[in-house]
Structure formats: C-alpha cells, structure tokens
Design a protein around this ligand. Structure first.
Ligand SMILES: Cc1ncc(COP(=O)(O)O)c(C=O)c1O
Length: 408
C-alpha cells in the first residue's frame, strides 16, 4: 500500500478506481505481503538457530487465494513449507480443499465436541487440547494417538489490555495450569496418548515494546515445558502460538522479528525440538484494506458523522478487541486532517460505529474511504446481521492477475 500523486494505491492499483469498478464494501488484498511476512518470520527463526514451523492461523484469513499463495511457498509435506493452524472442522476441510496435507495442519480448537472429532479424528493432523477433560475426550476416541497439550502459564501480553485474555491472572477457558500438569500427563498416559507438543498462546498485537513482557511470560512457559520433558513426554515441538502485531499508528515500533526469534531461541533453543509459530495478524493485517463509500456527512449535536456503506457485519474486530482503525480518503490520501469525525456503519444498531472523534480531512458523499491494515480478522469474521451481505474481495498475487469474490 502506498500513496502516489495523493492517491491511495493497493497492490499497485488505484484504490478508488477498484471501488468504483467492483462496488463497495470491498476488501482488496495484496497477497505478496502475506508471503513476504511468512518468509521473513521463517528466516528469522532459522537465523536464530531454531527449527521453524510457521503456520497461518486460519481464523485471521481463510480465503482460498490466500491459502493457495501460502501453499505455493513450499511443496506439500516439506517442513519448510508454511502450514496452517485450524480451530474448527470447517477450517480443516477447507484447508484440505486448498491443497494442504493433514500433516501440515495443527488443530488447536477449544471445547472440541464428539461431532468435531467425527471430522478431525480420522485425519492424521496434529491435535492440541486445552483442558484436562478434553484429554479424556480425545483419549477415549483415539487411544494411543500423539497429541499436544496447550498450557497456560498465567502470563502474557495483550496490547491495549491490562492482561492477556488467553493466559492472564483471570481464569480463562484455555490451557492446562501448572498445578495440573502432572494430572494432565497421568490422564494422557491412562489413554496411551503421547504428549509430543507443548502449545501456548500468550500474546495479542505484540510489538517491540511488548517483547520484555513476552520474555517474562516465556520464562514461566519454559519452566512448564521442562516439567513436561522431565515427566517423560517425548516433545517434538514447542508451539508458541501467535500474537505478533503490526504497527498502525504514529509512534508504534514494528516488531523486530530477529529480537523475537532470539528470545524464543534463548528459552527453547537447547531442547532439540522444532519451534512452531502460528501468527494471524502478522501475516495478514497489512495485506488488506476495506474500501467503503461515504453515503452521508452530517453534523449532529456537535459531532460530524461520516456514514459508510459498510457495517460491523463485515468488520468487527475493532469492536471485539478495541482496536483503533486508520482511515484514508482514497482520492486525497495525503490531505491533512481539518476536523474530527465519527464513522458510522449501515447496520441498524446505535453501536455500529467504527472510529469516534477521529482527526480527518474534509470528506463528501461519494468519496471512497479506506480502512487500512484490515487484512486480518475482518472479512473472516463477517456475519449477515440485518441481512447485509458479505463484502466483495479482490486478491492480487502479482502485477497482472487478480481473483475476486463478489459481495452478495
Ligand atoms: C491458539 C491460537 N493460535 C494463534 C492465534 C493467532 O493469533 P494472532 O492473530 O494474534 O497472531 C490465535 C488467535 O486467537 C489463537 O487463539
């Protein structure tokens, strides 16, 4: 994404022209960014002396063009290829359709049911379980299987939040606590299950400034991993989850992947295991923008509302996680802010707002606005609330070609 002659370009194309041609709301993706990020992460881990396993968290973006691009980064079955982290039977089946082998899929679901197991248990994919009772459920169904244990060190980092929602001081639904490790190992042994992976997911949106806190959380995770090894678990991999962020606002420092990899190497480099990373945001955020048309501009009780032809049904990550978005007028992308506005969506709920009190340039009905860095957890989380359709999507993999899915 760049600005040229005052206009926003995405994947080298004029964003406003794409919006006029294909209609809004429209996601536009530059898939090359996903590939570049995946390779950069893999290389940083390898440079730190680790044996990397990089997998995309499908929950961030599961569209076929994106998965096919990742597939093209390495032959099926090659450990250096980029695999997938799946969390539902639907994601697994979709991954297989897109050319991934079951062995390239790491399944970390939560509250896995017998119906989920009907689909995933017959496949030779890797399952990580996150509760004691889930060890029993998998064990009853597939005794003797190798599986991963999601652990919860009660420490983590979550940008913009006081504590990690995945592994903080507050009880969460994810992961075996340290005091339950022995019980977990015993339950697994009771079913003949061998624990070959220690998995944890501790972070969200982590940038450079969060690395020291991540390092501290890893010290607890490391202690738990070593306890598993001491208990005789034949670990082949430590899967450190995702949680790597991308900068969006002025003053945010990009995560230094070498520093990140160095910290992982310090904690796990001597264990003789592969180190798995399953990022969503890092690979996808900067690959996508959401384009919407301005349908109203109206000042009401001192607030200027800019109404868009999209709503929280096509983008709701900002509401779930309080993520501030960045907005650009595509045709005047370098215009300075002259006012403060509130962006409102077209869903009939008073809360269907994007940014509030956002510094913004002059804007008029018919302008096209881009929400940038919207590649992850946006289109993948759409709903048809109010009968509003899915946004269209365009995927550019190189200079010449694109694949599109029209909004309905
Ligand atoms: C188990 C697990 N792995 C990976 C991810 C990807 O996280 P992120 O997009 O922050 O990298 C998540 C996100 O919730 C997760 O729960």
């Amino acid at each position: 994404m760049r600005i040229e002659g005052g206009r926003l370009l995405v994947a080298g194309r004029d964003a406003e022209a794409l919006a006029r041609e294909h209609g809004t709301p429209l996601y536009v993706y530059d898939l090359r960014r996903i590939g570049a990020q995946a390779v950069a992460l893999r290389d940083a881990l390898a440079r730190a002396g680790l044996t990397p396993r990089v997998r995309l968290a499908m929950k961030a973006l599961r569209d076929e063009p994106a998965l096919r691009l990742l597939r093209s980064l390495g032959p099926p079955g090659d450990p250096a290829a980029v695999g997938l982290d799946a969390c539902s039977p639907g994601e697994v089946l979709h991954a297989l359709e897109c050319g991934f082998l079951p062995e390239e899929i790491s399944y970390t679901g939560t509250n896995v049911s017998e119906r989920d197991l009907d689909v995933i248990a017959p496949l030779p994919l890797h399952i990580n379980v996150d509760l004691l009772t889930q060890i029993d459920r998998v064990g009853r169904r597939c005794p003797g299987r190798a599986l991963g244990l999601r652990i919860n060190p009660r420490a983590g980092v979550m940008r913009g939040h006081a504590q990690s929602l995945y592994a903080g001081a507050r009880p969460t639904k994810f992961g075996i606590y340290e005091e339950d490790l022995e019980e977990a190992v015993a339950r697994a042994a009771g079913h003949g299950l061998s624990i070959d992976t220690a998995h944890f997911h501790l972070a969200n949106g982590m940038l450079d400034d969060e690395l020291p806190a991540f390092d501290e959380a890893l010290a607890v995770a490391q202690r738990m991993v070593r306890r598993l090894i001491a208990a005789g678990c034949p670990l082949k991999e430590v899967n450190v989850g995702g949680g790597l962020g991308t900068p969006l606002h002025d003053g945010e420092r990009r995560l230094d992947l070498n520093a990140y990899a160095g910290i992982l190497a310090r904690h796990f480099g001597d264990l003789g295991v592969a180190v798995g990373v399953e990022p969503g945001e890092l690979l996808t955020n900067e690959a996508g923008v959401l384009l919407a048309e301005v349908v109203t501009v109206e000042r009401r009780m001192g607030t200027t509302f800019v109404g868009l032809d999209c709503g929280w049904n096509v983008m709701n990550d900002h509401r779930l996680y309080g993520r501030d978005l960045e907005y650009v007028v595509c045709g005047r992308a370098d215009a300075p802010p002259t006012q403060r506005v509130t962006f409102a969506g077209h869903i009939n709920e008073g809360d269907d707002l994007f940014g509030e009190d956002v510094p913004f340039p002059q804007v008029a009905e018919g302008d096209v606005v881009a929400m940038v860095s919207a590649g992850g957890y946006s289109q993948s989380m759409w709903t048809d609330h109010c009968g509003r359709p899915r946004a269209g999507a365009l995927f550019f993999a190189d200079r010449a070609s694109s694949v599109g899915t029209p909004g309905r």
